[in-house]
Write a protein that binds this ligand. Sequence first.
Ligand SMILES: C[S@@+](CC[C@H](N)C(=O)[O-])C[C@H]1O[C@@H](n2cnc3c(N)ncnc32)[C@H](O)[C@@H]1O
Length: 514
Amino acid sequence: MVEASRIFHTTLLPTFPHLHNNHKPDSHTFLTNFPRKRHGPFQVLHCSVSTENDTATKTTPTQMTIPWGCDIDSLENASALQRWLSDSGLPPQKMGIEKVDVGERGLVALKNIRKGEKLLFVPPSLVITSDSQWGYPEAGEVLKQYSVPDWPLLAIYLISEASLQKSSRWSNYISALPRQPYSLLYWTRAELDRYLEASQIRERAIERITNVIGTYNDLKFRIFSKYPDIFPEEVFNLETFKWSFGILFSRLVRLPSMGGRVALVPWADMLNHNCEVETFLDYDKSTKGIVFTTDRQYQPGEQVFISYGRKSNGELLLSYGFVPREGTNPSDSVELSLLLKKSDKCYKEKLDALRMHGLSASQCFPIQITGWPLELMAYAYLVVSPPSMRGKFEEMAAAASNKANVKKDMKYPEIEEQALQFVLDSCESSISKYSKFLQTSGTMDLDITSPKQLNRKMFLKQLAVDLCTSERRILFRAQYVRKSSLLLQFISLFILYHDKRSSMIRSINLTTGI
Ligand SMILES: C[S@@+](CC[C@H](N)C(=O)[O-])C[C@H]1O[C@@H](n2cnc3c(N)ncnc32)[C@H](O)[C@@H]1O
């Protein structure tokens, strides 16, 4: 089974490479051709996404409620979704939507399910892709002319269909979607700074939020402002974009057997993730449906899981808003930041070498419980290498880059110990940031003004504590393994030295006859 849920590339689509800047569709044609106005109860919405370095005390963002979707801690709208799906061609299922311990709502086995069994069979007619028909075709026409890429196109599609309410063919699906997807998109800048200060995921979240805002502003500037009747701001605003991107990040799948096409697959997207499960969604040509093949058996009443891909806890928090239980994710990793200091005697030469290979003076590398990549070690060699090794700077920088056709397993025995020590020191400084956060998190001022806010803040803080605990654990482990290997090196050097010394003494004794 191909990995199909591995969809959410961290770099979203901040720009529109395919948008034809100079191609301005004749707005008059559109206005005369598409005189319909959108309808529905839209409130004027205010944006609560902010990447400004504001503090929670300074600004309390206006939290608006999206007028569609539901609260996923109940089964509200789930049975209507199930009914609509079976009326629309979903074959009888061996699973049903139920409240579950992991993931709030999930698919639960109704009958015995065997290992190796194919499940779901969602027909393509029930799948949302960039080719799906628009309930409001005028919007689709405009976006087609601007060649808007898949991700923003699907985000606009979701908002457009949601705004049509009952007249959209997807209304049952949209009503069962979370009103507020769990995602770091919903964290304010102050919350990210406060709770994720120690983790590199904070940077990733800020980058992602910036990309979503950039994408929205770009669309607004190039398209929405030119067609206000088709894309009114009451409907297409940053708040609704945050919702639709939150839905895409947590539910969109890439289907390899459909040429890598990205899709929202109603029903299949009720499956929760389990780090130990290895099965993914894909299109099955023989049955012409979206399926997955179980990699274990399930008894009636047991929750059925798929894998969203081999992701670290940080990546799972970023896209899906949850952190697996400590020690249960074999793909967990932590980003360690290494720094080339300005005080380095060869700072400029080393930086030039790094830049030549697309790297910078501060670089992050993933560390797993099983070890760290060769690129990290190459970077460490470069940082600690003395001026006499300047002839090697370029090859070290190349090995530290992600270029595939470069020799990576460099060894420089003369600076190996220093390089290892440098990595260990970087781990130590990162660990101390995590420890500081974890120690203070118990007493952290939460700036709470209402019980609802208390729940939210406690929830975010718990997620941050879980993430930081798991990331620190990996660093501790990496430190332990490397310290042990340094100790072993030291012991073997000592033994070697001791052996040499005793054999020298033996030979002296022999020659002197003592
Ligand atoms: C594709 S949806 C799965 C269906 C979702 N539970 C629902 O009720 O709509 C992905 C979302 O499910 C939740 N989820 C999935 N796997 C989870 C897990 N192992 N632990 C906690 N939450 C999980 C997260 O909220 C995630 O954003």
